[in-house]
Design a protein around this ligand. Structure first.
Ligand SMILES: O=P(O)(O)OC[C@H]1O[C@H](OP(=O)(O)OP(=O)(O)O)[C@H](O)[C@@H]1O
Ligand SMILES: Nc1ncnc2[nH]cnc12
Length: 182
């Protein structure tokens, strides 16, 4: 049977994800999305699938919230397609003015995430986006920041999900939409 349009987009995206064993430390298999950024058709396929998902399941979204750093590659493109604003969750110490922060752990370390206090208003409906879900520590921290500001979380989007690390469980009850799973 012929591949659906969606299947062929996913097949294209898969071709442009590389793996590097033992980076950034021994035992980690690093999934590298950089080739997607070098291939316009693959990047378009990512954005098409994200846009379709949000339009179909989260049409009332007010803001796309992207995670430092690789969430910034996809978030603004999606926000522009949807005609909504984009907000940055940054690593601590990068944002001027009053901020809210939260500490977290991820697959290979610890960090602190931060937003500007006025970036999200109580009641705003947000969709979070990052390149990859591993343990879920990073997206969980970003959700905590959204809750601190009284935002309503509609769901999370990632290009790659690492099933064995159960990030999806950690993020419950928030829904995770991933394009490629390993
Ligand atoms: O689900 P987790 O276990 O939290 O891991 C996922 C996070 O790890 C990576 O970012 P990283 O912190 O390496 O930062 P970078 O995007 O600045 O490289 C990735 O881009 C996610 O944000
Ligand atoms: N295995 C992995 N590959 C790429 N980014 C990651 N972030 C956390 N774990 C990762």
């Amino acid at each position: 049977m012929a591949e659906s349009k969606e299947e062929s987009k996913l097949a294209l995206i898969t071709r442009f994800i590389r793996q590097f064993p033992d980076f950034p430390s021994k035992g980690i298999v690093f999934r590298d999305i950089c080739p997607i950024m070098k291939h316009p058709a693959a990047l378009t396929a990512v954005m098409d699938l994200f846009e379709k998902h949000v339009r179909e399941t989260q049409p009332l979204v007010d803001l796309i919230v992207g995670i430092d750093a690789r969430g910034f590659l996809f978030g603004p493109l999606l926000a522009q397609r949807l005609g909504v604003g984009f907000v940055m969750v940054r690593k601590k110490g990068k944002l001027p003015g009053p901020t809210v922060s939260v500490a977290y752990t991820l697959e290979y370390g610890t960090a602190e995430a931060e937003i500007q206090e006025d970036s999200v208003s109580p009641g705003q409906k947000v969709v979070l986006i990052d390149d990859l879900l591993a343990t879920g520590g990073t997206l969980f921290a970003a959700c905590e920041l959204m809750k601190k500001r009284g935002a309503e979380i509609l769901g999370c989007l990632v290009v790659v999900e690492l099933n064995d690390l159960s990030g999806r469980e950690k993020l419950k009850p928030h829904a995770v939409f991933s394009l490629i799973q390993y």
